[in-house]
Design a binder for this molecule. Sequence first.
Ligand SMILES: Cc1cc2nc3c(=O)[nH]c(=O)nc-3n(C[C@H](O)[C@H](O)[C@H](O)COP(=O)(O)OP(=O)(O)OC[C@H]3O[C@@H](n4cnc5c(N)ncnc54)[C@H](O)[C@@H]3O)c2cc1C
Length: 659
Amino acid sequence: MAKVIDSKIPAGPVPEKWKEYKAHQRLVNPKNKLKLDVIVVGTGLAGASAAASLGEMGFNVINLCIQDSPRRAHSIAAQGGINAAKCYQNDGDSVYRLFYDTVKGGDYRAREANVYRLAEVSNNIIDQCVAQGVPFAREYGGMLANRSFGGAQVSRTFYAKGQTGQQLLLGAYSSLSCQVNAGKVKLYTRYEMEDVVIVDGRARGIIAKNLCTGKLERFSANAVVIATGGYGNTYFLSTNAMGCNCTAAVQCYRKGAYFANPSYVQIHPTCIPVHGDKQSKLTLMSESLRNDGRIWVPKKIEDAKALQAGTKQGWEIPEEDRDYYLERRYPAFGNLVPRDVASRAAKERCDKGFGVNNTGLAVFLDFSESINRLGIDIIMQRYGNLFEMYEEITDVFPGDVANEINGVKYYKPMMIYPAIHYTMGGIWVDYELQTSIPGLFAIGECNFSDHGANRLGASALMQGLADGYFVLPYTIQNYLADQAVWPKVSTDLPEFAEAEKKVDAELDRLLNIKGKRSVDSIHKELGHIMWEYVGMGRTAEGLKTGLKKMHELEKEFDENLFVPGTKEGLNIELDKAIHLRDFFTMGQLVAFDALSRNESCGGHFREEYQTEEGEAKRDDENYFYVGCWEYQGKGNEPELIKEPLEYEAIKVQTRNYKN
Ligand SMILES: Cc1cc2nc3c(=O)[nH]c(=O)nc-3n(C[C@H](O)[C@H](O)[C@H](O)COP(=O)(O)OP(=O)(O)OC[C@H]3O[C@@H](n4cnc5c(N)ncnc54)[C@H](O)[C@@H]3O)c2cc1C
């Protein structure tokens, strides 16, 4: 019988033991009571916005990131945009509607209250960013422009060409820089958190590795916030930046933080297909392209076969022989169905043999109709940099005319296929974004909070900035108010020494395996297992096989890994080995959760549980909960703890994007 938890952990009284600590001089500068220090790990949109806001509010912030500059965090990859319920298009949008779309898009597996708060603060985010100078696209009259993203029938996505994440991060970075300049934020670049230090049941600091010198350093504070992003790279090939890792989150999980809904992994429908086995990265083509691009495969299997053989090109297939399968299956939303639905539909067509490239694993995204209707200039204004990116990678420019049939011009279509993109699961947090370890908070993609089983496009940036600018800076104070009388602890405490010793021993262990296989070769194999058995279509049998294969491969990692160099100085292979160690823990967690959830919902599709039309079949009677996992040691099955979901405002029903 699984344990059941509530979404609100009471902060609890200050332990009696603190008095003892004070007497034994275990506190740093006990007279300086009101100086509260907060560690923020991460400088992506969530981390940078939180660090800047906390600094502005008067806290002393220690802010770390693994890159050489906060401006290079993974968040800069975000292309398409950020949602807000401003209703600038006068199309009936509202806070309630954004809230409703997000809950429905998440297949009714998100916490209702969190999502409502997110929708409420969405408009403030846009105002904040405009005030920082973020150059959002504007209409001719000066109003901020919008475009549409999947899962919504209104236009509420604010954007800066195809570089929204970068522009938002530059805004957050300028605020952060002000606080660095004011002395409120101390920035540590090229530092990686390796462990969280728990003193008397509360997070009191971290152990971080200086990635340039290899030295381990101790940091102490009154609270720790992790904003370290998602775990998509567990799958090796993903749209995530190469440096994305889940080491900080997994280490918090090992120290007792619950990990929620790990099986909710998002597979994005519009990525450039895999083109060989030497690839280490996949490229996203923004969902915004689905505003004007139409997705199709041939109606006739012989046309598909000819495309696969290379004896025919997409533009040679006339209109009547094209199957715009999303428009056919989901007339109300068409090409703008949510990502999980669009990805599964592409897989269904390709599994049936209608794929359009040499591997049979691609569909077309075609701009012919919109270029003919709007002209190439308008399309280039909207997606110019995305077209150029596509050309750079594939040598095909989607704005080039390729054919003319019955007086209609046909342009070269893009080829796309689903790929791992985002992780809805993450460290479990309560309504105040505090994890199950008091004093440890998690924000942005690394927590599980708002997206349920599937995230809607343009909602990750909204959530990261909501957490960083408008939620955490307030909720953390409920915890810190209780802590104000207890200044931060000394890093000389045995708890710090022990945590550092363990991290150091792990570095030695990895370096001393001295086997024959590189980190990447094992990681790639893990990725294959994940994609094959824990990917887009899962079965109980496949998940068990996947788990077995992961155990075997982890043994290979422990016995046959080769890490060159030493732990002194820069050693990128060693850093990657640490990440891979944690991807193993993560991969197994995803599989355990997927195996325990005998239903299909959002990004978690169990082939045994589908409707006759191939849609996800939920089981609300048995699985209407957040699945939280508690670590039970390496090699052991984690324990499932349930947080029941309670919906008051929204009626839980089967998702419908058809009418
Ligand atoms: C190609 C692509 C396009 C996207 N487009 C959109 C979009 O248009 N709209 C949208 O809403 N979302 C989009 N997303 C999703 C969105 O970009 C991410 O979810 C979001 O940026 C995550 O922000 P974050 O701050 O939580 O984490 P990240 O941006 O991943 O930042 C993590 C930070 O943590 C640091 N870090 C990590 N581990 C450690 C450690 N152990 N120690 C110290 N520091 C550490 C890193 O240095 C970094 O600073 C896109 C994602 C991708 C991959």
